[in-house]
Ligand binder design. Structure first.
Ligand code: NAD
Length: 469
């Protein structure tokens, strides 16, 4: 590895660590001001962000950036500001009878320097979102954007340098070598958002330093359609969840599980819904492009592979793909030998898997990696509870897609192959804090009765303790 690159990164980390040591308990005012600067920075540069992200993608719908990259960061920072006083407060914990009159307090303390590694698909939100939690918790932050969004990465570096001292928060950009050097740094916590494959490598790099990690990964998130659902509503919400950001969303519904006899009508409804959302694909400013030619080629490869293995492919629109505005495609007759049913799709392709018994659908889900998200559509409450209790997933939206991600009052994170740890709101604050238990002993503590020399008193007290504890 390039020695100077490694040294340069170490220097930045050491600078932040020194600044942290000089102020290990930043006040609420200091943290509020940092969060305020995140808000001001985001508002001030929102137009530039819209342009940079669009340029990086080839085209990204302006409204998608305003909602998913800008509003999310602003509202996350505002939520943290509003709740900071409560989050910072030490928690009084119960004290067992035999330890009274001592007191237990749980102190929430910043960890130090938090590293944030972001992917390309929501390049601002997935960099600044974790940073908001880390700053609220009183940490210093180093951010590494994806090399696939270079314009956004450069803009973020300039914006952050304008609003923050480098020892408070900084952005470092670079190629694959920098990514490896960054994740090898001895951070006090590392928050990585990206693919499961790279997540494994990052976890190993962090393990060398015993750096705790939050891994926000991906996977194949199923949408399970129950026969009790409202078909039209279900179709329009699935179409929206699948085509927002052209399917390049970690929590996009990857594939559908549908009662066999409902497949035909649902396909018609979804195609109709997709055409209503996007009357045309080519040149439609609302429809986001596939981020790079390589990603487009991968998606075309998934289609070719599925077609060659017998899938029926139904386009949503009667038009050809122009450039990287990929026309959405529904896939029927898929099987597990097809790559499209093995890899996370991350694009506007929607395989539909029929089921006869719902327990077969659940068995299918449970045979595969635990997904980041699971969607259930229906009105039968008993069935809903059955599905919720018999599946595992990072998070669930019932009767819609994606929106559980927007909940600041709930933890967001994966399970198993879709990740570990969580953030958002107070859950992020806690992930980026050490919750330090402090036991305040009383002057009148009875514990001295347990001191040696041991004898009858000790035996009697231990006997008593066994009865009351
Ligand atoms: P990726 O794993 O290819 O890259 C993510 C980040 O890791 C980038 O910053 C990249 O530079 C860096 N990286 C790449 N190789 C590395 C290495 N060897 N060592 C250290 N860092 C390395 O992911 P991507 O293609 O940018 O994003 C898409 C994936 O991210 C999808 O799987 C998606 O589901 C997932 N994702 C998850 C969430 C979530 O919140 N759980 C959100 C968005 C995306």
């Amino acid at each position: 590895m390039d020695q100077t690159l490694q040294e340069r990164l170490h220097l930045v980390l050491e600078q932040q660590r020194a600044a942290f040591r000089a102020e290990m308990a930043p006040s609420r005012e200091v943290r509020l001001d940092r969060l305020e600067r995140v808000r001001r920075m985001t508002a001030q540069h929102s137009e530039a962000l819209v342009k940079a992200i669009s340029a990086d993608f080839g085209h990204r719908a302006r409204q998608e950036t305003l909602l998913a990259d800008i509003f999310t960061v602003e509202s996350g920072a505002r939520h943290a500001q509003k709740h900071l006083r409560d989050w910072m407060r030490p928690r009084r914990q119960p004290t067992a009878l035999h330890f009274q009159p001592a007191r237990n307090l749980l102190m929430r303390q910043p960890l130090g320097v938090v590293g944030v590694v972001a992917p390309w698909n929501y390049p601002y939100y997935l960099a600044l979102g974790p940073a908001v939690g880390a700053l609220a918790a009183g940490n210093r932050v180093m951010i590494k954007p994806s090399e696939l969004t270079p314009r956004t990465g450069e803009l973020m570096a300039a914006m952050v340098a304008e609003f923050f001292a480098p020892e408070e928060m900084t952005v470092v950009n670079g190629e694959a070598e920098l990514a490896r050097a960054f994740t090898a740094l001895p951070f006090d916590h590392l928050c990585f958002t990206g693919s499961t494959a790279v997540g494994r490598i990052v976890a190993q790099a962090a393990a060398q330093n015993l750096t705790p990690v939050t891994l926000e990964l991906g996977g194949k998130s199923p949408a399970l359609v129950d026969r009790s659902c409202d078909l039209k509503l279900t179709a329009s919400r699935i179409a929206h969840g699948k085509l927002f950001n052209a399917g390049q969303t970690c929590v996009a519904p990857d594939y559908l599980l549908v009662p066999k006899d409902m497949v035909e009508p649902l396909v018609q409804e979804i195609r109709g819904a997709m055409r209503r959302l996007y009357p045309k694909i080519a040149g439609n400013p609302d429809y986001t492009h596939i981020a790079t030619p390589r990603h487009l080629a991968r998606l075309r490869g998934l289609l070719d592979d599925a077609r060659a293995k017998g899938a029926k492919i139904i386009p949503s629109h009667e038009e050809k793909t122009v450039g990287r505005g990929l026309v959405p495609q529904l896939l029927l007759g898929v099987n597990e030998q097809m790559t499209v049913m093995q890899e996370e799709i991350f694009g506007p392709l929607l395989p539909i898997v029929p089921y006869v018994e719902v327990d077969h659908a659940l068995a299918y889900i449970n045979r595969h990696d635990k997904p980041l998200a699971l969607y259930w559509f229906g009105r039968d409450a008993a069935m809903r509870e059955h599905v919720l209790s018999q599946t595992q997933a990072g998070g669930v939206t019932v009767n819609d897609c994606i929106w559980h991600l927007g909940q600041e009052e709930q933890p967001f994170g994966g399970v198993g192959a879709s990740g570990m740890g969580a953030y958002h709101g107070e859950f992020g604050f806690r992930s980026f804090s050490k919750e330090k238990p402090v036991f305040h002993q009383s002057r009148w503590a009875g514990t001295r009765l347990f001191f040696p020399p041991y004898g009858k008193t000790f035996d009697r007290l231990l006997g008593l303790l066994k009865k009351i504890a």
